[in-house]
Design a protein around this ligand. Structure first.
Ligand code: SAM
Length: 255
């Protein structure tokens, strides 16, 4: 899969993609990232890519021309790609959207804005507008990296063990189960016994139950279309919670 990024801060992207899962995946050739410095696509002799807003007001606005020129060059090879404008006003990015993008199998162009944003005519050059959440960042570089990282994790071979991605939060409709490592006791806190029991069936059941518990506590909205087994575990969890509430020993649940 190829990601192409339009930005005025190539170094921000370059730095992140050298490391960790993303760095290894790129080294293995599982995906490719190409960065286009928008300052190379302006006719301004000072490489300026922004200007004052029509109508007045605060801040600067990115001009459309550098984006137009960079996209024109990118599209010369006529390969199928999806052009995404990163914007707090876009459709919310989720694990589901990451999966859809990967399954579409097209290259992805990520357009990073800065300042007050980009001249609105940019919308004639894009396929989709994506937001990574209801907050405003100073630029599209972090959202671009969020999108690349989350899609890359889903590509077979990108992680040491492909199972890791399948077990991640949201992949099975619930949040991830809790993880522990050595030491088995730290300042009086013990790792749950079942995890050192060696009984893989019990461990799998415990993990599913804890994943459901965590989802019930933090994101009950995700609990949809559950299997009969999950419904059984959920009922068990609810009666445990009810019992604790009656005993007055239960922490409040956020639902
Ligand atoms: N004035 C714009 C607004 O209120 O919608 C915000 C512009 S923001 C300071 C500059 C750039 O950061 C945007 O053009 C966009 O590319 C990026 N950006 C900021 N927050 C984002 C978010 N939540 N999701 C995706 N991109 C974001």
């Amino acid at each position: 899969m190829k990601f192409e990024i339009l930005t005025i801060f190539p170094e921000v992207i370059e730095c992140y993609i050298k490391h960790g899962v993303v760095g290894k995946a790129l080294e293995k050739g599982i995906a490719e990232v190409k960065i286009y410095n928008l300052r190379n696509y302006t006719r301004d002799k000072h490489k300026k890519v922004d200007d004052y807003p029509y109508g007045g007001g605060v801040g600067m606005v990115m001009q459309i021309e550098p984006f137009y020129n960079a996209l024109k060059q990118i599209k010369k090879d006529r390969k199928p790609r999806k052009v995404i404008l990163l914007s707090p006003q876009g459709k919310r990015f989720t694990q589901g959207v990451a999966k859809d993008f990967l399954e579409e199998g097209k290259g992805i162009v990520l357009i990073c804005g800065r300042y007050e944003g980009i001249d609105d005519r940019i919308k004639t050059l894009i396929d989709e507008e994506i937001s990574i959440g209801d907050y405003v960042l100073s630029g599209g570089e972090l959202p671009a990296l969020v999108i690349i990282d989350s899609i890359l994790r889903l590509i077979p071979g990108a992680l040491g063990d492909d199972l890791s991605a399948k077990e991640d939060s949201f992949m099975k409709g619930v949040l991830d189960y809790p993880h522990y490592t050595r030491p088995d006791e730290f300042k009086g806190m013990r790792v749950p016994e079942v995890l050192i029991s060696g009984d893989h069936k019990k461990i799998a059941l415990w993990r599913r139950k804890e994943a459901l518990r965590s989802t019930l506590n933090s994101r009950p909205d995700l609990l949809k279309n559950l299997s009969t087994d999950d419904m059984k575990i959920l009922k068990e969890l609810c009666s445990e919670i009810n019992k604790k509430i009656l005993e007055g020993s239960h922490e409040p649940v956020n639902y």
